[in-house]
Design a protein around this ligand. Structure first.
Ligand code: UDP
Length: 235
């Protein structure tokens, strides 16, 4: 296996499936199955989940809402997604823990790095909710932060496109995919992998980012087994 401990980043929108809002139980169940396959290979899996399928602070602010208030709502949205994912994984008999950056201790454990690592070592999937716990950040930044903290080998960002392209492949059919690309080239070519805060945090800490299509069945396991799936962003 290529990786021993991974941080999987799933956006909230990915959970919508074909819906316009919220959570598609079918999609959630599919993801749980994909994750189970990897856990069964002895890979330690931590997950950061987004909240864009429910609420984004920026969207609230554009309608006149206080940004911090909106971001708190966004962070709570990630906890809702975390609980849903936890439930789907447990339906697959995968042991899990949800740890949140904002305390909601009747519902989830507070985030404690040492505890998270212990859970991973015991084969439990650890889902990190509430992002970084701070407004004005994204769950991509939370994903990089947690990945560094728990010493993950890489951050795997599951998206609906299968990597980083020269141009937007949904707009230009001539766009070419990179198998690997350096952090420096991503910036120089003006490509977008993550928001800048997340991206530079990853670069500074030499944490590789892999962008791949999480909706293609078996992709996650293939990637972990060393197959060339998606695009690797590295130093
Ligand atoms: N959020 C935040 N701090 C964080 C992470 C997230 O305030 O550290 C809020 C922010 O409002 C954001 C929302 O939670 O818009 C949902 O996260 P994100 O937009 O990253 O989710 P995704 O795009 O991955 O679904």
């Amino acid at each position: 296996m290529q990786y021993k401990r991974i941080l999987l980043k799933l956006s909230g929108e990915a959970l919508m499936g074909d819906r316009q809002y919220g959570i598609d139980p079918k999609r959630l169940a599919e993801y749980a199955k994909e994750i189970k396959e990897v856990v069964n290979k002895g890979i330690q899996v931590a997950i950061v989940i987004g909240g864009g399928n429910i609420f984004r602070g920026v969207a609230g602010a554009s309608n006149g809402m206080d940004r911090v208030q909106g971001d708190h709502m966004g962070m709570l949205a990630t906890c809702i997604n975390g609980l849903a994912l936890q439930s789907a994984l447990e339906d697959e008999d995968v042991h899990t823990r949800l740890q949140t950056a904002l305390e909601i201790k009747e519902v989830a454990e507070p985030y404690i790095k040492r505890k998270a690592i212990r859970h991973l070592e015991k084969g439990r999937v650890v889902i990190f909710g509430a992002g970084t716990g701070n407004p004005y950040f994204t769950t991509d930044t939370a994903a990089v932060l947690r990945a560094i903290e728990i010493n993950a080998d890489a951050i795997l960002k599951g998206t609906r496109v299968d990597g980083v392209y020269t141009e937007d492949p949904e707009k230009n059919t001539n766009a070419k995919k990179f198998e690997t690309i350096t952090f420096k080239d991503v910036i120089e070519k003006g490509l977008k992998v993550m928001d800048m805060t997340a991206f530079t945090l990853s670069e500074e800490n030499k944490l590789p980012i892999i962008i791949f299509d999480m909706n293609k069945k078996g992709n996650l396991l293939k990637l972990i087994s060393g197959e060339k799936i998606g695009t690797i962003v590295d130093i």
